[in-house]
Design a protein around this ligand. Structure first.
Ligand SMILES: N[C@@H](CCC(=O)N[C@@H](CS)C(=O)NCC(=O)O)C(=O)O
Length: 230
């Protein structure tokens, strides 16, 4: 039975850029599971799989439909225990919640400040209108005002990444010699920037840069294959 992975796309269906969907994409590849991407633009996300107010990623595996990247990863480990684990046990599941929280509070804001306008520009016209309306309500100012507030360089992101830089100087992945879901959580945030931003503000050298490049090359270069629109 084919696994369907609903994920956010830009004006081009192949332009998949959501940080949360990249977590699930990498988790599916880690498990060695074949899956079919169902590309969903912003204006169609809420009603995926007959839902109301949904967010992506959403996964359909046979009769099972699951929303939320962490819940999907836990499901995959339970449904496919013979494939490589994403958490290496219950303790790993619990600890991953910290990495998710750290990424959401430290990395996502730094990425949003760099990429919000590029994200808008990568969308189809009706999705641009939706994105503008929802984000302007959230930010309390226009997208242009939000974009103009922040310097366009990678300094804030590099500062936020210091704990990763220190750790990855001593081990290849957060999971040790091989990646776990926590690696994909952080990967998702950086891949969000890489696949949306017209300028490259990612770390260019050092342990995080090496780790990110290793992950981009994994799974037949699945991550590297998607780029920011020209
Ligand atoms: N905690 C959720 C967050 C999902 C989420 O926020 N997804 C975004 C795409 S990156 C979304 O569906 N946005 C729809 C919208 O803003 O209307 C997860 O990890 O899956």
């Amino acid at each position: 039975m084919t696994i369907h992975h609903y994920e956010l796309c830009g004006a081009d269906e192949k332009h998949v850029f959501s940080p949360h969907c990249w977590k699930t994409r990498m988790a599916l590849a880690h498990k060695g599971l074949d899956f079919e991407t169902v590309a969903v633009p912003f204006t169609k996300v809420a009603t995926v799989e007959n839902g109301e107010g949904r967010r992506v990623p959403v996964l359909r595996d046979g009769d099972t439909v699951i929303e939320e990247s962490y819940e999907i990863a836990k499901y995959l480990d339970r449904a496919y225990p013979d494939k490589p684990s994403l958490f290496n046990g219950e303790g790993g599941e619990e600890l991953t919640k910290f990495v998710i929280s750290w990424s959401l509070t430290q990395l996502h804001p730094a990425v949003a400040k760099l990429a919000v306008y590029d994200i808008h520009n990568a969308l189809a016209p009706e999705d641009q209108a939706f994105f503008r309306q929802t984000r302007e309500k959230l930010f309390g100012c226009t997208l242009e005002e939000f974009d103009a507030k922040f310097p366009k360089n990678g300094e804030a992101l590099a500062t936020a990444l210091v704990p990763m830089e220190n750790l990855l100087g001593r081990q290849k992945f957060l999971g040790g010699d091989s990646p776990v879901f926590a690696d994909y959580v952080v990967f998702g945030a950086l891949q969000w920037l890489r696949t949306t931003c017209s300028q490259d503000h990612l770390p260019q050298e050092g342990a995080v840069a090496d780790w990110f490049n290793r992950l981009l090359d994994m799974y037949d270069g699945m991550g590297r294959a998607v780029k920011a629109p020209a």
